[in-house]
Design a protein around this ligand. Structure first.
Ligand code: NAD
Length: 346
């Protein structure tokens, strides 16, 4: 058995990855270290909780003592580092936890890698570190880092730390930068689940600005398969963009969701734009396609239908997340445009 430490495995991408990896890599024993912030949810892994190849540890990646203990007690051969504060809007309210977890937490893990050694440290980063594009062009792995939001800045700082540890201490680290993910088990503050749940409740769908911001969408299962391949086959010291090339404006995504759910476009409500909102992201994925045999499993439209069907069938997963706190948060961000009615508040 090979022991792999996964951080942030109770979050959206981490939980999807753990489920995927337990099926795909039978010889892995997964240690899932997660602090269980508002975004971490053990229910996302309820179906594999009792798998003998899976161990959950509640804890903070910034806790150096805990990380030391984990390394001393286990023969950790690889790390896949998902744990992060991940929501741009929250980083605009308060950047503190973003710098703490995304920068300091990553450094604690890098120091452990330096001290104890692993075969591979895979750092999960984002396309947002590159900043924004105009109407044309793509970011490749050599594009300069020009992050704009506090979230993107904290991720870019972590990427630079990884780079420094590779260069200075020759640690076997790889960085992946994926575009916007969507799919099952995504916390409903993010665009696609937010819109699906608002539409299901016949509530207004708040769209920032003119809705013409472009994102390059990837189905979470496709990101997970790319991460697995890069972890096993990627070259230490390298960075790989992960994208399936599905560029859409936010308003088109929202209209697609309404169409699939059979709801009217009149539910759309344009709201004040996010401060510093990046206009367009788009990734060049040629390096990944040339270096591996990865390809996306299905077109965007099919993955979106699968995602919507999953949310319709899994109210037991998302209903407990629609708390008073969550409602207050949404009111703060979008004003009255996004508040579930009384009966769905608790
Ligand atoms: N969601 C996307 O579209 C997207 C796109 C590109 C990159 N990423 C990156 O992928 C990674 C995972 O994103 P996600 O959407 O699954 O995030 P998420 O917010 O859904 O999950 C983050 C997880 O990390 C845990 N966590 C937070 N702080 C922690 C700490 N200090 N110690 C231990 N655990 C902690 C949370 O409890 C949660 O389970 C992040 O690094 C993010 O930057 C996300």
């Amino acid at each position: 058995m090979k022991t792999i430490l996964i951080t942030g495995g109770c979050g959206f991408i981490g939980s999807n990855f753990i489920r995927y990896a337990l099926q795909q890599y039978q010889h892995w024993h997964i240690l899932n270290l997660d602090k269980l912030t508002y975004a971490g949810n053990r229910a996302s892994l309820a179906d594999i909780e009792n798998d003998s190849r899976y161990t959950f540890i509640q804890g903070d990646i910034c806790d150096k003592e805990l990380i030391d203990t984990l390394f001393r007690d286990n023969n950790i051969e690889g790390i896949i580092h998902f744990a992060a504060e991940s929501h741009v809007d929250r980083s605009i309210i308060d950047a503190t936890p973003f710098v703490e977890t995304n920068v300091k937490g990553t450094m604690v893990l890098l120091d452990a890698v330096r001290q104890y050694g692993v075969d591979r440290f895979l750092h999960i980063s984002t396309d947002e570190v590159y900043g924004e594009l105009g109407e044309t062009g793509y970011f490749n792995e050599d594009s300069p880092l020009q992050p704009n939001s506090p979230y993107a800045e904290s991720k870019a700082s972590a990427d630079l730390l990884v780079h420094a540890y590779v260069r200075t201490f020759s640690i076997p680290a790889i960085i992946t930068r994926s575009s916007n993910n969507f799919g099952p088990y995504q916390y409903p503050e993010k665009l696609i689940p937010l819109m699906i749940l608002n539409a299901i409740h016949d509530e207004k769908l708040p769209v920032y600005g003119d809705g013409l911001h472009v994102r390059d969408w990837i189905y979470v299962e496709d990101n997970c398969s790319a991460i697995g391949i890069i972890f096993n086959e990627g070259k230490p010291g390298e960075t790989y963009n992960i994208s399936s090339g599905s560029e859409l404006t936010n308003i088109d995504v929202v209209r697609n969701i309404l169409k699939i759910l059979g709801k009217p476009d009149t539910l759309i409500q344009f709201v004040k734009d996010r401060p510093g909102h990046d206009r367009r992201y788009a990734l060049d994925n040629a390096k990944l396609l040339n270096a591996t045999n990865w390809k996306p499993s299905k077109p965007f439209d099919e993955s979106l239908i699968e995602t919507i069907t999953w949310y319709k069938d899994n109210e037991r997963w998302w209903r407990p997340l629609l708390t008073k706190d969550y409602n207050q948060y949404r009111k703060k961000i979008y004003g009255e445009a996004s508040t579930f009615n009384e009966k769905s508040k608790e």
